[in-house]
Design a protein around this ligand. Structure first.
Ligand code: PMP
Length: 289
């Protein structure tokens, strides 16, 4: 595998960053996870735009244009023949001193890995996930805003540890006011009386690109789509629940905190939207060439 590192495609063994990189020392940096389907990079512009918004929020100047970044992603996919894969785009603060000051770091490191991912076992896409809500509260928006896709994922990792300790694959975090935010790497949707309902961005979530796509596909298909605050009572009493994310795609949830969702099986709206999503991802995107 060839890795893109600061403008060059280098062998995996040569793709190294310094131990003084603040990405490593402090989780100081931003990233994106992107998919390619059938030889095209899915929602590339949206991912690049979000990367630059995350960077802006942490006062990190990415030393290349968005266009050049998009081209670098395509080139990395082409070199590795990543026609159906998962791409990790990382920008670290770069090499600095042992102190916190990010402005001592002169050169951000730009890394693109074109590989693969399988987030959940295949059978769970058919049978649905059992999940739990956890005690780890999602980051307060005025601490580390969940809209920033930063290299510091400890909030999410702490929630994931609780899920694993509870023998389930995934955790739902509540925000500092007790409202539902999101899963550790996915957004959450409820089906309530035929309408699709999801927490708004101000609930303290990452504005997922898959979330946006699913909301658009649902709306085009005639479903009512609403963004509303929700609590655990609303989760337990939903007709259907599913999660969305670049890596997860669209996965049904059938059990939350040992309350069966609906009849405890993936619901028909979830299945319909999963089918629409599957179809859509193969029809759009930037050609890898
Ligand atoms: N929430 C979090 C915390 C995430 O890390 C992700 C991405 N893995 C998502 C939601 C889903 O976002 P997207 O659909 O853009 O991948």
């Amino acid at each position: 595998m060839k890795i893109y590192l600061n403008g060059k495609l280098v062998p995996e063994s040569a793709a190294k960053v310094s131990v003084f990189d603040h990405g490593l020392l402090y989780g100081d940096g931003v990233f994106e996870g992107i998919r390619s389907y059938s030889g095209r990079v899915f929602m590339l512009k949206e991912h690049v735009d979000r990367l630059y918004r995350s960077a802006k929020a942490i006062a990190l100047d990415i030393p290349m244009t968005k266009q050049a970044m998009a081209t670098a992603v395509i080139k990395t996919c082409k070199t590795n023949n990543t026609t159906d894969g998962y791409i990790r785009l990382v920008v670290t603060r770069g090499v600095g001193t042992l102190g916190l000051n990010p402005f001592n770091c002169k050169t951000p490191q730009i890394i693109i890995i074109a590989g693969n991912i399988q987030l959940y076992p295949e059978k769970l896409y058919k049978n649905g996930l059992s999940i739990i809500t956890v005690g780890t509260v999602r980051n307060h928006p005025e601490a580390v805003n969940p809209s920033i896709k930063s290299l510091n994922y400890l909030n999410n990792i702490l929630a994931k540890i609780e899920a694993i300790n509870g023998n389930v694959e995934e955790a739902i975090m509540l925000n500092h006011n007790g409202y539902v935010s999101e899963a550790t790497g996915d957004n959450i949707f409820l089906v309530q009386g035929g309408a699709l309902v999801t927490p708004p961005v101000y609930a303290g979530i990452l504005e997922g690109i898959t979330r946006d796509v699913v909301m658009q596909l649902a709306s085009d298909a005639g479903y009512e789509v609403r963004e509303t605050m929700m609590n655990r009572y609303d989760l337990y009493n939903a007709d259907e629940v599913f999660l969305t994310g670049t890596a997860a795609e669209l996965i049904p949830v059938v059990d939350i905190d040992k309350r069966a969702i609906g009849n405890g099986k993936p619901g028909k709206v979830t299945k319909d939207l999963a089918a629409r999503f599957k179809k859509f991802v193969n029809t759009v995107g930037e050609p890898i060439g």
